[in-house]
Design a protein around this ligand. Structure first.
Ligand code: E4P
Length: 221
């Protein structure tokens, strides 16, 4: 399972990219709104792409098919490798199918059910983003929903990739990997949390202490 970072924060993206374990970035209007309001969205996006390259999903803000398509053209003029993120609406599916005809990758976002996921795939989506955290928030079992979707993908041999999104904690990551999601897009804090283990920390501390002891002994201290 590939890992993407779900943020528009450049320093977080830069840090995780330097560790070499993420292969893409997803953004959305709410994540962009958290960044410097004086900065132009276009500049933030171009800077992110220049920093990490790889997959970068950029979301449209319009709700009508033709306006989504205009926005997509605009985003593609910033960088032609963009993946256009489009909400799971009938009008969004119209935009997805048109962009698919033009060979432009799309990421259908705000998917919460298997039937939505099937429609997104059939419209020609490249990626289908299933929101785990928000399903749990309304008392659903996100892991069961993702299991169903991944099974449907296997049985039907769909080509599009499932992205587990709205990840709130490392258990979501684990559930996504077990279900067979192709990608998880994860906020910075959860990515960092998923790298940590208390036994790693105590193990490193013990190795460092023993190494220092050995060095001191050699120096005759
Ligand atoms: C997906 O691409 C979205 O940006 C994201 O995962 C939304 O997650 P949230 O529910 O934490 O806002």
């Amino acid at each position: 399972m590939e890992l993407y970072i779900d943020t528009a924060n450049l320093s977080h993206i830069r840090e995780c990219a330097s560790y070499g374990f993420i292969s893409g970035v997803t953004t959305n209007p709410s994540l962009l709104a958290k960044e410097d309001p004086k900065k132009d969205v276009k500049d933030i996006i171009k800077e992110i792409y220049a920093t990490v390259g790889g997959h970068l999903s950029v979301e449209v803000n319009s709700l009508k098919t033709d306006e989504m398509l205009k926005e997509a053209e605009d985003i593609l003029s910033w960088f032609p490798e963009a993946t256009i993120k489009i909400p799971m609406l009938p009008s969004g599916l119209g935009a997805v199918s048109e962009l698919a005809k033009r060979g432009i990758p799309t990421n259908v976002t705000l998917v919460f059910s298997p039937t939505q996921a099937i429609a997104a795939n059939n419209a020609g989506a490249t990626y289908v983003s299933v929101f785990m955290g928000r399903l749990d928030d309304i008392g659903m079992n996100s892991s069961d929903v993702l299991d169903d979707i991944c099974e449907i993908w296997n049985v039907n041999e769909y080509d599009s990739s499932i992205i587990a999104a709205s990840i709130r904690h490392p258990m979501h990551l684990l559930d996504a990997a077990r279900s067979g999601a192709h990608i998880s897009t994860v906020p910075y804090n959860v990515l960092m949390q998923s790298l940590k283990h208390p036994l790693t920390d105590s193990g490193v501390a013990a190795f460092v202490a023993d190494y220092e002891k050995m060095k001191a002994a050699k120096a005759g201290k």
